[in-house]
Design a protein around this ligand. Structure first.
Ligand SMILES: *Cc1c(COP(=O)(O)O)cnc(C)c1O
Length: 387
């Protein structure tokens, strides 16, 4: 691989981890589909210093891991068959029976479920903490605390966490920190540089980018942790199909322009909504009125494609009617694809501590690459449906 380190990320991502140009070589890494890998000599089967079996990946997986490490400044990456699998792999790499885990109240629902409803059955205790706790997390750390799980901004509710303060408190007690960094795509937040140990992503979102595959990645800030995660992945047996790894690598080539367009559309829509009298609250950390705006401005270099807002003096039934009144926004989970999406959050919003007391129903928008004026027109139709 040539040295692209002097270039900006979008240039690096277009050029790194590709085959060397020769006489008529393809631009992209070829997909090799393999379970069995063959050896010429029996004595090579157990060498251990070459690929042995398809589950451990082929060249396309190596290229993808390299580019993920480059994205976050990581020392090693493990690929998983979904984003949720990346989250659970990272957790399982750190905790053991008898341990105590601190989980932010703003955690993505399925990860919360895994900790509260599965880890408890294998002797790991989960304690939920307020996402705004900052350095005071120190008071919750016990002798058997092995992991602090972060997500910033929080899923659906967009609280920003004080990452360096939490990382410092954790390091002082030898506790590992892991962040679910899916929202920022690793593009507008670099948690490893702020002292967090491991960053996980649902690659399903921006990197896949086209709503047609599932994948995840665990990126570690040290070689030691990277080895630990890779070993746990081997124990569990995670693998990612070469075709899916290829599609993620393909998405990586264009992730910057796609992300930037969706990010700027999301901000434009958030600003437009915040000026409407029928909107109570817009939860986008780039807006100066967001309660955590200062923290966001300190640690992030930009936004992302999703944010939420609440309808003023309306009920959950109005939120349903609002979303049904939209034409361009699809009704569905996820984000980071080329197409915009909307969901009402009420039925899946689980919080133990942070009493948000939203005065109206919460709606989350995920912006795709459509023209923002068309999306604004679409939102007007939603408001018409409930006015
Ligand atoms: C989507 C998402 C996940 C899960 O990813 P999948 O690829 O859908 O399994 C995890 N965390 C966050 C924050 C997400 O948005």
């Amino acid at each position: 691989m040539s040295d692209y380190s002097k270039y900006s990320p979008q240039t690096r991502f277009a050029h790194m981890a590709r085959p060397k140009a020769g006489l008529g070589t393809p631009v992209n890494t070829s997909i090799q589909r393999a379970s069995t890998l063959l050896f010429e000599r029996a004595e090579d089967l157990y060498r251990g210093d070459v690929r042995g079996y398809g589950r451990h990946g082929v060249e396309v997986h190596d290229n993808l891991k390299d580019i993920f490490c480059e994205l976050e400044g990581g020392k090693g990456a493990s690929l998983t068959p979904s984003g949720l699998a990346a989250c659970t792999l990272a957790i399982m790499s750190i905790v053991k029976a008898g341990d105590h885990l601190l989980l932010t109240d703003s955690t993505y629902g399925p990860v919360r479920n895994f900790c509260l409803n599965y880890l408890n059955t294998i002797g790991v205790e989960t304690e939920i903490y307020d996402p705004h706790i900052g350095g005071n997390i120190e008071s919750l750390i016990r002798d058997n605390t092995s992991l602090i799980w972060l997500e910033s901004p929080g899923s659906l509710t967009f609280e920003i966490q004080n990452l360096p303060a939490i990382a410092t408190a954790a390091k002082a007690r030898d506790v590992t920190t892991i962040i679910d960094n899916t929202w920022s795509g690793g593009i507008t937040l670099k948690p490893l540089s702020l002292g967090i140990d491991i960053s996980v992503h649902s690659a399903t979102k921006y990197f896949g980018g086209h709503s047609d595959l599932l994948a995840g990645v665990v990126i570690s800030g040290s070689e030691n942790l990277a080895k630990k995660v890779a070993q746990t992945s081997k124990y569990i047996g995670h693998s990612l199909a070469a075709d899916d790894a290829y599609q993620i690598l393909r998405g990586m080539r264009t992730v910057f322009p796609r992300f930037q367009q969706a990010e700027s559309t999301a901000l434009e829509l958030a600003q437009w909504l915040s000026e409407r009298s029928d909107v109570e609250l817009v939860l986008h950390p780039a807006l100066p009125e967001h309660p955590d705006h200062a923290l966001w401005a300190r640690d992030f270099t930009g936004g992302a494609c999703t944010f939420s807002f609440t309808l003023k003096d309306k009920t959950e039934a109005h939120a349903v009617k609002f979303i049904n009144g939209l034409n361009i926004f699809g009704i569905g989970y996820s984000y980071g694809g080329f197409e915009s999406l909307a969901i009402h959050c009420g039925p899946q919003l689980k919080r133990s501590l942070s009493k948000q007391n939203f005065k109206g129903p919460l709606v989350r928008l995920a912006c795709g690459v459509e023209a923002s004026k068309d999306l604004i027109h679409d939102l007007k139709q939603g408001f018409n449906a409930i006015s």
